[in-house]
Design a protein around this ligand. Sequence first.
Ligand code: SF4
Length: 247
Amino acid sequence: MKSSEYIKIIKSAKNALEEYENWGEDEIYMKKISSASSLDNSFAAGSLPVSQDAELESLKKQTAACRKCSLGAHRLNCVFGEGSSNADIMFVGEGPGFDEDHKGRPFIGRAGQLLTKIIEAMGYSRESLYIANIVKCHPMKDSSDPEKRANDRPPSPEEMDSCRSYLDRQIEIIRPKIIITLGASSTKGLLKNEESISVIRGSIRQYKDVKLMPTYHPAALLRNPNLKKYVWDDMKKVMSFLKTGTI
Ligand code: SF4
């Protein structure tokens, strides 16, 4: 059970006990409220599961200090990811670009603005989903100058492998119903597939115990708007899966 669900149970128990008090059941109220308070206290003491938000925050601190691969030496900011810790959908891109490295947030450049439009067309807000990348630091063609424009590159397989434990932990904490990989890099990084993105996109796969839908990266749609219809077809499959629970 998620910690948010424990909190809901505690709150409804307290509400019910307050009703007892309204009915004049003082004795029952005093006895029961003290046991509800001790449940709250055990939460604070950490004997019940810590919240998903707290777990993500702790993981974020670890990534901020990480230098496991060479990307960590040149980044301006570690771009951990953002969104709801209870998200049904988790988008996974390849890595931060120039804008993301400067601001420390994922998908905020032109490709990110297009991703936001796709999310809104699906009937969600950015805040209600989770957006992350397979590597948390900016892969640069020329790592000596993070201020250089047009300096982004895809992460290497080794860089993705070095960083994947952080993404895996994010997935374990959030437990999304489906992951949507954006582009060839993050798809290959998770699935280790040989097929090109044009072949694998649109077919629901499995990553550990979570469904995974590969689709094109929004940057590819900026270069070739004809790809938009394919991404929308893929998103319709995701929406249908979330609605019916079947593929
Ligand atoms: S990309 Fe990932 S593994 Fe590499 S330094 Fe950054 S956080 Fe660490």
